[in-house]
Design a protein around this ligand. Structure first.
Ligand code: ADP
Ligand code: ASP
Ligand code: MG
Length: 413
């Protein structure tokens, strides 16, 4: 549809009645310009965390299907209240669950992926002149159960809807002005990036820049959806995420990220034989556990240690799998360390610039931060370090690559 935009409002943006009214006001203004609006909304404030807490009050191991049933309620509160706020302003609006909005997902409860969007109902309501408000983060699987899309999943709902509806733009409204060179809450002089490519944004998001869910960036890149990340507290232009020519991406390092949702797992004394790594990592993959950095120590007396990192959320599940594999392989004990975090630098220009990784290691060394595990690719360098050192580490690396606001420039303004 032409002359249509998708807007997504995050949890902080709808946390209070006042904030919710401000969101309704922004939508109403857009609508009065003759633009069709489909809005995607997240659960209010820290409602999702609160629901997770409630589940764990009942059991350590909530069934994932029931977890989705529970978590989906958070977004349903938001959509209904926002529809009421628009109604109060005389703006025709209708709230829909993910299922009603046509969000079809696979079967993987708590981490489902959107398989298709069936936008018939949405289009009908939009054509009737209504603002359509869709619950983010949730969908329905083949057997008509509610699923959720993983933390931050409302971003993905919004981008998928924008793609399915052929919207002109997908605006992601959040509690910061856009995408910065580092988390502005950790690095006070982080600089706002006016533009960022899909590739770099995907890497930033995957490595911990919570401002967009990685899957949202993937869907945006696939369908060439123009994404604008903006603040719901002001009218600043924010950050545009779009296709960029390699020539335009001439900065070596675009940003520094950190991720605390990490745990390090060590399997001691693994027999040094062909097929062992395959056994370990296929068991984890079958269990739906994403493995990130992997290191195998050199063999001594025909055994090695296998060290890898996972999401901290997957820790209990991963440990169960590893205990089983350990028995099968007759390996030593499994150890986990949750006191770790990951610091990364991202930039498309890194490929053609040798010595970038060394500069990062130098900055960490000067700060007295010990690196436990390193992993690199063409577009990023990641280091696992002690969690308590993560903020200092991010600031040191950010300074090393001179990513911050230029104090000279500020004085000149
Ligand atoms: P929402 O509820 O709107 O989805 P999130 O909390 O999911 O908001 O994401 C926004 C937060 O992401 C910001 O408050 C900020 O602290 C964090 N963040 C981390 N890295 C970055 C970055 N590089 N740029 C902007 N924000 C970032
Ligand atoms: N409410 C969900 C979460 O907190 C989804 C989202 O906010 O995007 O992760
Ligand atoms: Mg979010």
């Amino acid at each position: 549809m032409s002359n249509l935009i998708v807007q997504k409002y995050g949890g902080t943006s709808v946390a209070t009645a006042e904030r919710l009214h401000a969101v309704a006001e922004r939508i109403a203004r857009k609508r009065s310009e003759g633009v069709g609006v489909a809005a995607v909304v997240s659960a209010r404030g820290d409602m999702t965390d609160e629901l997770i807490r409630q589940a764990h009050e009942i059991t350590d191991r909530p069934p994932r299907r029931e977890m989705d049933m529970l978590l989906a309620t958070g977004e349903q509160i938001s959509v209904a209240l926002l529809a009421m706020a628009l109604d109060r302003r005389g703006v025709p609006a209708i709230s829909l669950t993910g299922a009603q909005g046509g969000i079809r997902t696979d079967q993987v409860h708590t981490k489902a992926r959107i398989r298709a969007v069936e936008p018939k109902r949405l289009i009908r309501e939009l054509e009737a002149g209504k603002v359509v408000i869709v619950a983010g983060f949730q969908g329905m699987n083949e057997v008509e159960d509610i699923t959720t899309l993983g933390r931050g999943g409302s971003d993905t709902t919004a981008v998928a809807l924008a793609a399915a509806l052929g919207a002109d733009v997908c605006e992601i409204f959040t509690d910061v002005d856009g995408v910065y060179t580092a988390d502005p809450r950790v690095v006070p002089n982080a600089r706002l990036l006016p533009r960022v490519s899909y590739g770099e944004m995907l890497e930033l998001a995957s490595l911990g820049a919570a401002v967009l869910q990685p899957r949202a960036v993937e869907v945006a890149a696939q369908h060439k959806v123009r994404v604008e990340v903006r603040s719901s507290f002001n009218h600043n232009p924010g950050t545009v995420v779009e296709e960029m020519e390699p020539m335009e991406q001439d900065v070596v390092v675009v940003g520094v990220t950190h991720d605390r949702n990490v745990a390090k797992v060590t399997l001691r004394r693994v027999p040094d034989q062909p097929g062992v790594a395959h056994r370990i990592f296929s068991a984890l993959a079958e269990g739906g556990v994403n493995v990130d950095v992997i290191v195998q120590t050199t063999s001594q007396q025909e055994v090695t240690d296998m060290i890898f990192s996972i999401n901290r959320d997957d820790r209990v599940h991963a440990l169960e799998i590893m205990e089983r594999v350990r028995g099968e392989l007759d390996a030593g004990p499994v150890e986990t360390d949750e006191g770790v975090a990951k610091v990364s630098i991202v930039g498309a220009g890194m490929v053609s610039n040798p010595g970038v990784a060394a500069r990062m290691f130098g900055a960490l060394a000067r700060e007295g931060v010990n690196i436990q595990v390193i992993s690199t690719s063409e577009i990023k360098v990641s280091c696992l370090i002690a969690e308590e050192e993560v903020e200092r580490a991010v600031r040191a690396v950010h300074d090393e690559f001179e990513l911050g606001e230029d104090p000279e420039m500020e004085r000149r303004e």
